[in-house]
Design a binder for this molecule. Structure first.
Ligand code: MN3
Length: 252
């Protein structure tokens, strides 16, 4: 449902802007670019800047076995996610997006760009976050400290939170993600987004800073779980890296 089509971008007006080369379809685009560049919708902490390249997977393909099998991890990381990064860079080149810009900044102004940037920028960002938000299975895998307190305050108990988040994933029709994200004043929220959208995007129905995302595309679970998305989601809680989520929560 991107308001911009690709076609207008093919006829580029190249403009030098404070040392940055931007490409746009006309002067109105440059105006809105200036405006959005000056006031990004979502201000993200400087420690969370995502690049356009894939980072190495922080564990082996088989590290999450019994919850997520090695073959799923390998195909997911080296094929699906790798393609998002590759296609994002291709689109960035075509649309004059400086790839040293934090991806967060691009996503918070994603309505200015093509569907290719939206889909692959979201896809790359979501997966980079997804790999880090998991770790080998832990017994009694629960959040602690300020994060747990905030979850209990907002959702009355961890069990309630878990049910609501799981439902967001189970009820997402087709492909997409379930999210725990922080709105204004770090208020915790649960939601889901279609395809590769996420709460950073200016076109998203849910907006805020993503803390934890769950991939519910079939490619994330089909080899092991087939049509049983609910089983995948119920098992996934064993491998959530709560330290990573707490870090994001603390530093936003
Ligand atoms: Mn995926």
């Amino acid at each position: 449902m991107s308001k911009k089509s690709n076609t207008g971008r093919r006829t580029f007006l190249k403009t030098s802007l404070q040392g940055t080369i931007v490409a746009g379809a006309g002067l109105s685009f440059v105006g809105s670019f200036l405006e959005s560049y000056a006031t990004p919708r979502v201000v993200t902490h400087s420690s969370f800047k995502t690049g356009f390249d894939q980072e190495p997977l922080p564990y082996a393909y088989n590290a999450l076995e019994n919850i997520i099998d090695a073959m799923t991890m390998e195909i997911h990381y080296s094929k699906h996610a790798a393609a998002y990064s590759k296609n994002l860079k291709e689109a960035a080149f075509a649309e004059g997006i400086n790839v040293s810009r934090p991806l967060e900044e691009v996503l918070s102004n994603v309505s200015k760009y093509s569907a290719k940037v939206r889909n692959n920028g979201g896809g790359h960002y979501n997966h980079e976050m997804f790999w880090k938000s998991m770790r080998p299975k832990q017994v009694n895998n629960l959040p602690t400290g300020n994060l747990l307190a905030a979850i209990e305050k907002q959702f009355s108990s961890f069990a309630n939170f878990k049910t609501q988040f799981s439902d967001a994933g189970k009820n997402r029709f087709g492909s997409g993600w379930a999210w725990l994200y922080a709105g204004k004043n770090k208020e915790l929220k649960i939601g889901s987004s279609p395809n590769q959208d996420n709460p950073l995007m200016d076109i998203s129905d849910i907006k805020g800073f993503p803390l934890l995302g769950l991939d519910v595309w079939e490619h994330a679970y089909y080899l092991k779980y087939q049509n049983k998305r609910a089983d995948y989601i119920d098992n996934w809680w064993n491998v959530v890296n709560w330290d990573f989520v707490a870090q994001r929560f603390a530093m936003m």
